[in-house]
Structure formats: C-alpha cells, structure tokens
Design a binder for this molecule. Structure first.
Ligand code: AMP
Ligand code: GLY
Length: 419
C-alpha cells in the first residue's frame, strides 16, 4: 500500500515509524514531514496542508492508497471530504465529524442528545450576555473559546473579573473566528485522564490510557503547553474506566452522529474528569494526542496500517487490540522560551548517539536540517521515548538518553512518570 501521511510533528513521526513496520506498506511519504520522518520516507515541502485540493492533487500524483491525517486543522478544513470525493481512501473524520473538536458548542449538543455526561454549559456570542451570566453564577468559572485555539482558548479561574475579561477577549477577536462564540461551563473537580479510541463509524475500539504532563515545569507548575511528557500504561485508574468510556461515551456519540449522517472514522480522544458520579467529558479531540501517540505506538502490537485502512473502510476487526507487555515513557525536550516565544536555530547534538541506544526512539517534533547540521525549529523539539519492563526502567532509560542530547536553552521536565 502506498501511504501519504499529513502532518509534521512528533505525533506524525511516531505514526510514520509505526506505519513503516507494516507488512503491506510499499511507499510512505509525508507532507510536510520532518527531518526525523525523512529517515522513513520522502517529505514533500511547500504544500499547504489546510488546502484540501492540494492534498488531493498530491495523493493522485503519487497513486496513494491511503491518506492518514495526524493533526486536527486539516481535518477541520475538510481534507478528508475532498479526498473521499476524489475516490481516495482517507483515515480521519470528515469536516462535520471533526466538529467534535473544532466546535465545543457542537460537541456539547451531540453529548446532550446522546445522554453523555459532561459539564452543564451555555454558549454566548454577545459580550454583555456572557458577562451578565457570569455574574449570576458561582466560581470557579470555566470560559472557553468555541473553536480551535490549540489549547490556549480556555480559562479556569475563581476571579469573576478575569472570567469576564476572558469572555470579552474571546468575543473581541483574540482567537479570531474561533472565539466569536464562548462556552461558559460548570466547573468539574476531579482527576483528569484521557481515553483514546479508533473508530470505524459504528464501533470504537479502545487504545490504552496514557497520561501526559501539560504544565511546563516540574510539580505541575508554569504555563500550559501542548505536552511535556507522557507515559503508558497508567496504573491508578478505575478498572472499568475504559469500558465505561466506550459504552457510555464513545458509542452513544458515534450513534448520535451516525443518525445525522456523520460516519466518524478516525481517532477519537476524550479528555475526562473522574467525578463521584463517574467519568464526565471535558473535551473531545478528533485526533490522537501528542505526545500520547508516541508512547501508545511504542506499545501497540498491531499492524497500524491494517487497522487504519480497515477503519477508513468502515469495519474494524473484532476484539480488543494487542499491546506489548512493556511500559513506555516520553520526555519532551523543549526550546528556551516555549510555550510563548520559542527560540529557534540552535544546533542540536547527540541525536545519532541516542538513536543507537537499545529500547529508545527519538521522534522529531520541531527540527530543521541545515548544511551545518540539525537545528531547533520550534517549541517542542524532540521526543525521547524509551520502553522497559516497568515504568521505572523506561523512565530511567529515557532520562539517560535525554542527557546525551544538547542544544542551547534545552529544557525538559525531570518528573515525567515519577510516582
Ligand atoms: P479543554 O481544552 O476544554 O480540555 O480545557 C483545558 C483544561 O481546562 C482541561 O484540561 C482542564 O484542566 C480545564 N477544564 C476545562 N473544562 C473544565 C471544567 N468544566 N471543569 C474543570 N476544569 C476544566
Ligand atoms: N497532549 C495533549 C494533546 O495532544 O491535546
């Protein structure tokens, strides 16, 4: 099978690495890919991945059998719709399905109709109505830009004035169109976990849970980020959590969307909070997490290409997925200034040395190949993923490997997967 992978971050490097191990793969190309992926297949530069027609043209020109889309933005832009219309098989939800992530109001209304537990909420497009509503309710206040804001559109605060200011900022255009509607929702206290599944329109098959570290500094301090590290498996979860999430959340949501003519085929990711009344949904994403993907694929003992191709066709094989009996830990190496203003262009050393270490993978997130060598090109630079018999073993391998990588301003959390 000839496969085109859309995206160029650490998640896509890991997906490419796993696809490349498939029995049925013959060719793998990525748009835009990255210098790490370039070891696996060709990278096509200079194409706007948010332009559905450009992706269709690229797929046709390369006689592609399956397109796999990593990030949410091309899904929300309708890349899968255009590919399907052109008769090209694609893994990922259509634009309508991707609204589960691209519109919080859409996700809320599907959940309401499907009877899926989530925080009570109201949507506003008028600043005065939003600020008045905030005055009437008690804190903590949760105020969210409705659309895709790359994790930056949410404020949780005890401070009424700050909550009102956030609503004003969103509707006032801080996040462009994504913030023109704000969702104000009930605060849900409790432990947060993520559950992932692969869906074929009717069925959701669970992936193992993984726990990521969103805050920038040790001890969950500092600003929110895309993710500073991750590990899997996660020991301290309720035993029935994944089954309940499939039965009470994913399947009702798929059925509800299907009744609207939306066959959701792709990854589905639920951010949950564990309340006394069971798991409740904080958010959906229409993709896999980054860096969650990196640890999950290090443990998945399946042919990923076969799975994605079957899901794209609308039938997933019966039964649960097979997982290696190993633990995986990902430590994300970031640039100085991340998450706000990451420094770029710093020379990176040590990658080849680490790549030759047993049980360790290096997945590139934001690097660039120059005549002088590899340099940093964004906030999250590299993922060091190690496996082991236990989390402790994987963790110590990951940190040992990380200590061999150097670039100016390097920062990473030292407490990933620490009990
Ligand atoms: P979201 O992007 O919707 O997942 O929100 C980002 C983060 O804000 C979540 O990971 C939670 O930590 C927090 N959050 C969002 N919604 C709520 C809520 N209803 N109650 C408590 N915390 C929330
Ligand atoms: N690591 C969180 C995310 O991918 O949304």
């Amino acid at each position: 099978m000839r496969v085109l992978l859309v995206g160029g971050g650490g998640r896509e490097h890991a997906v490419g690495w796993k696809l490349a191990q498939s029995k049925t793969i013959t060719d793998l190309i990525a748009v835009p890919g990255n210098p790490g992926f370039a070891q696996l297949g060709a990278c096509v530069p200079g194409i706007d991945i948010l332009d559905p027609h450009a992706i269709v043209d690229l797929a046709l020109a390369n006689a592609i059998d399956l397109v796999v889309i990593g990030p949410e933005a091309p899904l929300a832009a309708g890349v899968v719709d255009a590919l399907t219309a052109a008769g090209i098989r694609a893994f990922g939800p259509t634009q309508a399905g991707a609204q589960l992530e691209s519109s919080k109001a859409f996700a809320k209304s599907i959940m309401k109709r499907a009877g899926v537990p989530t925080a009570n909420w109201r949507a506003f497009t008028d600043v005065n109505e939003a600020t008045e509503y905030l005055e009437q309710i008690d804190g903590p206040y949760v105020v969210k830009a409705d659309g895709l804001a790359y994790g930056k559109g949410v404020l949780v605060t005890e401070d009424l004035i700050a909550a009102q200011g956030w609503a004003r900022l969103c509707i006032g255009g801080e996040f462009g169109e994504a913030g023109s509607t704000v969702v104000i929702e009930e605060y849900l206290p409790g432990q947060e976990v993520s559950v992932f599944a692969i869906c074929d329109g009717a069925r959701a098959v669970a992936l193992e849970p993984a726990r990521d570290y969103k805050r920038h500094r040790d001890g969950d301090r500092g600003p929110n980020t895309g993710g500073m590290g991750c590990y899997s498996p996660v020991a301290d979860l309720p035993e029935d959590l994944v089954d309940r999430t499939i039965d009470e959340i994913f399947h009702p949501v798929l059925a509800e969307m299907s009744s609207d003519g939306i066959e959701y085929r792709g990854f589905l990711y639920a951010g949950l909070v564990l309340t006394d009344d069971g798991p409740k949904v904080l958010e959906f994403n229409c993709r896999l997490g980054d860096p969650e993907t990196q640890v999950l694929l290090a443990r998945l003992d399946e042919d990923l290409l076969e799975l994605l191709a079957s899901a794209a066709e609308g039938y997933l094989p019966d039964g649960p997925l097979i997982w290696r009996d190993t633990a995986a830990v990902d430590v994300v190496l970031t640039a100085a200034g991340y998450p706000d203003h990451p420094e770029v262009g710093r020379a990176i050393s040590g990658v080849n040395e680490v790549r030759s270490m047993p049980n360790v993978q290096v997945f590139h997130a934001n690097t660039r190949r120059t005549p002088e060598g590899l340099v940093t090109a964004g906030g999250r630079v590299l993922n060091i993923v190690a496996t082991g018999d236990t989390i402790e073993e994987a963790r110590s391998r990951a940190y040992d490997a990380a200590s061999h990588i150097h670039f100016g301003g390097i920062h990473y959390r030292r407490d990933v997967a620490q009990s």
